[in-house]
Design a binder for this molecule. Structure first.
Ligand SMILES: NC(=O)c1ccc[n+]([C@@H]2O[C@H](COP(=O)([O-])OP(=O)(O)OC[C@H]3O[C@@H](n4cnc5c(N)ncnc54)[C@H](O)[C@@H]3O)[C@@H](O)[C@H]2O)c1
Length: 409
């Protein structure tokens, strides 16, 4: 019996597939630059381990809903695989693989002895009660235990998850192993990521952002803090957006008021002391600096020609597609890429590991100084290579990171 296959099946390109295509495109550029062979290219393009799990969650009304969960370890040649956990309805295995790959490069670029991993659950956390979310998180943690566990890897927060999610995960691992590990951090990793993004922005500007105008896409855990730190350094944050909409105030936004409004109402939309803006129009505002702190695929070939900021700082992972990259470079804009600008979280988590291993006690100021040195050194290394070889900062960052992973393999 023959099976009929429709001759023209429309290809389904999910945002996750687009993210993975971007990650593979960037890898291919680095492979070419470094002159690596096909076997090495295949090894770097293929995650070491991938896991897809079905996660049943009992809803408050007694129904059982099954959602998909994933955990991917992309590479562990430089050390234990490290990575975040995302709860988002659009998450799929492609997206999680791309994020795990970017994490490998991020750790290598920052000179940290970790590999890259990532987890995801295809769910909208805002649509679940706290008890449903806890049941879901614990069940996901139990399902991925063969790849995870306290002594192997504990995920860190990403979009849609927070410290509470991580506490449920640690507790589930602890129940499994009978082993207790401290979870408390000197600063939250999203705060560390935001501090790192500020250092990257200031390094790219060559000094203070005093008086420069800034727009921030994604007023979430990372974006709200980047906005705060850039304002603290003297910049004027004139616009921010989230999934609900965008707001603009030419004289600078009252970020404390906006955070309070957003916490109360669930988004920035409707904030009274600013003008409303369409969410996507924020990307094309006439500002000096554009911070991308939402999700992948924000700047594409469709909107890149309209981006007017001269400096784009990627606190998010994969927010710019390769086609958009080319347009931005041709227009003379500088992009500080995700694997550099978003490395603050993994750097601080490594610093904490060092501090704990030495049983030492470092002050917040010491953490900040070390974070600054590592971010700034990575920036200088990337910019020197970019200048010497005529590369964009992203191409140079990938060349440094991929070269490091290959030499440690
Ligand atoms: N949390 C961390 O420690 C960390 C570390 C490194 C990188 N990142 C990356 O930073 C990004 C944000 O992570 P987060 O932890 O702040 O997530 P989050 O869920 O706290 O915030 C994401 C924000 O983006 C907004 N958003 C979604 N779609 C949007 C759109 N189309 N336009 C405008 N805003 C939109 C959401 O409403 C939300 O405010 C992600 O790419 C993540 O991978 C996070």
């Amino acid at each position: 019996m023959s099976i009929m296959v429709p001759s023209k099946t429309p290809a389904l390109i999910t945002p996750g597939r687009q993210a993975l295509d971007s990650a593979l495109h960037q890898l291919a550029g680095a492979v070419e630059h470094l002159g690596l062979d096909d076997e090495t290219h295949t090894m770097l393009a293929t995650p070491r381990r991938s896991m897809a799990v079905a996660v049943p969650v009992r809803r408050e009304d007694g129904r059982v809903q099954v959602v998909q969960g994933y955990r991917v370890q992309h590479n562990a040649s430089r050390g234990p695989a490290k990575g975040g956990l995302r709860f988002h309805p659009g998450t799929d295995l492609h997206e999680v693989t791309a994020l795990a790959m970017w994490m490998t490069w991020k750790c290598a670029l920052a000179g940290i002895p970790y590999g890259g991993a990532m987890g995801g659950v295809a769910v909208d956390p805002a649509a679940l009660t706290a008890r449903e979310l806890e049941r879901l998180t614990r069940r996901y943690a139990a399902e991925i235990l063969p790849l995870a566990g306290l002594e192997k890897e504990v995920p860190v927060p990403d979009a849609g998850t927070d410290e509470r999610t991580m506490a449920w995960i640690r507790d589930t691992y602890r129940l499994d192993s009978g082993y207790w590990a401290p979870g408390a951090s000197i600063m939250t990793l999203d705060d560390a990521t935001a501090r790192g993004a500020r250092i990257a922005a200031l390094s790219a500007l060559g000094g203070s952002p005093m008086g420069l105008t800034v727009a921030v896409q994604g007023f979430g855990k990372v974006g709200a803090r980047v906005a705060h730190y850039l304002a603290e350094a003297g910049a004027k944050v004139v616009a921010v957006s989230d999934a609900s909409g965008a707001v603009y105030a030419g004289g600078g936004l009252d970020l404390d008021g906006l955070r309070a409004w957003s916490a109360e109402s669930g988004g920035v939309s409707g904030y009274r002391d600013a003008d409303a803006l369409h969410r996507d129009d924020l990307l094309e505002l006439d500002v000096d600096v554009l911070v991308l702190a939402a999700l992948e695929g924000a700047v594409t070939e469709a909107n890149a020609p309209g981006v007017r900021a001269r400096l784009i700082v990627e606190a998010a992972n994969g927010p710019t597609t390769p086609e958009a990259d080319e347009i931005l470079a041709a227009n003379g804009a500088t992009v500080v890429p995700d694997i550099l600008a978003g490395a603050g979280g993994v750097i601080v988590s490594h610093l904490e590991w060092m501090r704990n291993a030495q049983a030492g006690s470092w002050s917040n100021a010491e953490f900040d100084a070390r974070l600054h040195d590592r971010m700034h050194d990575a920036f200088i290394e990337v910019r020197s290579l970019a200048t010497a070889r005529g590369l964009t900062l992203r191409e140079a960052a990938h060349a440094v990171a991929v070269g490091r992973v290959v030499s440690d393999h």
